[in-house]
Design a binder for this molecule. Structure first.
Ligand code: SF4
Length: 602
């Protein structure tokens, strides 16, 4: 493989001076603001260009691990007359200094204030990042409320999973892009170019007519906005390189997307329901991309991205073609999501000569009955075989992800979590791994919109705490078996926002004004602030986590995610009977997406 060469003109310590640089000595982690990256050169702005700033509502090192902007940024810059930069949310210490000194938030590439862009493109990857959107707007000196913005302000757009439930952020966002961003975004930018010079209202109204765009102000009440997705993957835009940060990021590796969508049908999984059907890239194209990305970035690991990479039909071909050369160069291929079967573990073993790191699996539930309720699609024999393979092939550490508070869960299901972990340890010992360890991580279940569980009740904070304590007491304390559970308070707030409506916009703003920031971070999350905000607005948060009636209108039904209400209801009924549903790649189940391709598009 050709060696990596980076020339001086590819390394950017931005040539545009950023006014926050004099503050760097006064804040934590100053490197996250430096803007030093290896990336394609910038072209100068031309009159008539549409300028876009892709805005990630979390810190730089989290945002740089988000693959979506690694695709969208070069894609937008490849469009004629479009220039795209990026921006991330400053940590509260930097935010305070910037607010004190009235320094506006600026983009990474051109150090251009966000208020000067034509379009801001937020990504709403999870609900607990919503207050950070407000921080970024406020620091940019852009009115928080969409209806207070004038013609000179940027059009504020948002995409990602949050766009499937637009209610909570509807006060702040002008346009939501529902589904895969490339096509919708380019049509929207074209419309904004054509309507340049017009008043803001007619411009937004014109964009609201684009398929996949939801405008809280201009989409007619009762209308449903259809999710957009690319019909096939091989024709869609693929970046030939990546932006390389100079600081360590959460996922410090290159990435190549191998397919989009998932048809396994796990009933709790929003991504699995809202990204159908599966669209694969050809193995040849994946192989070329991996070679090119290794050559152009120098990363020592390349992740093959998808919702379940072991399901990729071309995986054998890709691994066979690439592994010998990559291993010789000390580069590993990574499979970020392993299924619990022998095939997946065997594959992971072929990808790593040294098996020092751990393997991570997600059985999600502790008993077969509950795994059938959630349609996890794995049985006890596969789990046992998979763990045996992992330890016999040399791994000594296994991490297991579960959920608590799942529909129909009983005490036996919780006991099953610890039993499964103990049986994993036993298997390790039987394989001679005396120093083996099993780490169990348990998250509270959050019913998500557009899934068969969208009508289910969510466990309250006290219930989840009790379940967590019960699990910890069963697991005991030892180095070999550790068990941790997620903060129930954060799970509760996530659940409220995940099935929220427009009334929550006021609560989000109030909580932000009371100081709510980085709610996904345990060190900054503060539930009392949120409680004060709910009280001030007279909103009962528990009304959002209750069971919903099947004939009740749901606030997110302004979005048509593709999968029909009838299909979701039939899946809910199947869950109550612990009846499993097969992957539709074995035969169409009529989910409503009407892909006409048997669930898999190659
Ligand atoms: S329409 Fe049929 S084949 Fe296509 S995703 Fe839905 S169930 Fe699967």
């Amino acid at each position: 493989m050709e060696a990596l060469t980076i020339t001086q003109d590819q390394i950017y310590f931005s040539e545009f001076e950023n006014p926050i640089w004099p503050l760097l000595a006064q804040v934590s982690r100053p490197s996250r603001y430096g803007g030093c990256e290896v990336r394609p050169g910038l072209r100068g702005l031309a009159p008539g260009d549409i300028t876009v700033c892709l805005a990630f509502p979390d810190v730089y090192e989290i945002g740089m691990s988000y693959y979506g902007f690694q695709v969208l940024s070069p894609f937008l810059n490849s469009l004629p007359g479009v220039a795209a930069d990026r921006a991330y949310c400053p940590w509260p210490d930097m935010e305070r200094l910037m607010a004190e000194k009235s320094i506006p938030l600026a983009s990474i590439e051109r150090s251009m204030p966000l208020a000067e862009f034509d379009v801001l493109g937020f990504t709403l990857q999870h609900e607990l990042s919503y207050t950070n959107v407000l921080t970024m707007l406020s620091l940019s000196q852009i009115p928080l409320a969409a209806d207070e913005r004038g013609d000179a302000h940027p059009i504020v757009t948002a995409g990602g999973p949050g766009a499937f439930v637009p209610g909570p952020m509807s006060k702040f966002i002008d346009l939501f892009c529902v589904g895969e961003g490339e096509e919708t975004f380019s049509e929207m930018l074209e419309t904004l170019r054509e309507t340049r010079g017009m008043k803001r209202g007619p411009r937004l109204a014109a964009c609201a007519k684009i398929r996949g765009v939801y405008s809280p102000a201009f989409t007619p009440k009762g209308a449903r906005v259809e999710r957009r997705f690319a019909a096939s993957f091989d024709g869609s835009y693929t970046p030939s390189s990546m932006i390389i940060p100079s600081v360590s990021t959460v996922h410090d590796r290159a990435a190549v997307e191998v397919f989009r969508g998932c048809t396994r049908g796990c009933r709790f999984c929003q991504a699995g329901m809202t990204s159908r059907p599966v669209r694969e890239r050809s193995p040849e194209s994946v192989i070329d991309s991996v070679r090119e990305i290794v050559r152009s970035t120098g990363w020592e690991e390349v992740g093959l991205l998808s919702l379940a990479s072991c399901d990729y039909s071309g995986i054998e071909r890709v691994v066979e073609a690439l592994t010998p050369a990559l291993l010789k160069e000390g580069v590993t291929l990574g499979l970020p999501s392993l299924r619990m079967d022998g095939f997946s573990v065997g594959l992971a073993a072929r990808l790593r000569k040294v098996r020092r790191g751990g393997l991570t699996f997600a059985p999600e539930a502790g008993t077969q009955r509950l795994r059938d309720v959630i349609n996890k699609g794995i049985d006890e024999a596969s789990i046992a075989a998979c763990l045996n393979d992992a330890f016999s092939m040399g791994w000594e550490r296994v991490k297991l992800y579960f959920m608590m508070g799942l529909p129909t869960e009983t005490e036996d299901d919780l006991r099953g979590i610890v039993d499964l972990a103990r049986s994993a340890l036993k298997t390790a010992r039987q394989n001679g791994k005396k120093r083996a360890s099993v780490a169990v991580s348990v998250a509270g279940f959050v019913p998500k919109a557009h899934t068969p569980f969208q009508w289910e009740r969510q466990s309250g904070i006290d219930e989840l705490k009790e379940k967590g304590r019960f699990l910890k007491s069963l697991a005991g304390t030892s180095k070999a078996l550790t068990l941790a559970y997620h903060e129930p308070e954060q799970t509760f707030l996530e659940g409220v926002l995940a099935r929220g409506d427009e009334r929550l916009s006021g609560v989000i703003e109030k909580a932000w004004r009371l100081g709510a920031r980085f709610d996904a971070w345990t060190e900054t999350f503060d539930l009392p602030r949120w409680k004060e905000a709910f009280d001030a607005l007279g909103v009962d948060p528990a009304s959002y986590t209750r069971e919903r009636g099947e004939d009740e209108p749901l606030p997110w039904e302004c979005v048509d995610a593709g999968v029909s209400r009838e299909f979701l209801l039939s899946e809910r009924a199947a869950s109550r009977a612990a009846r499993t549903t097969p992957d539709c790649r074995a035969g169409c189940l009529g989910c409503g997406v009407n892909c006409g391709k048997g669930g898999l598009i190659k």
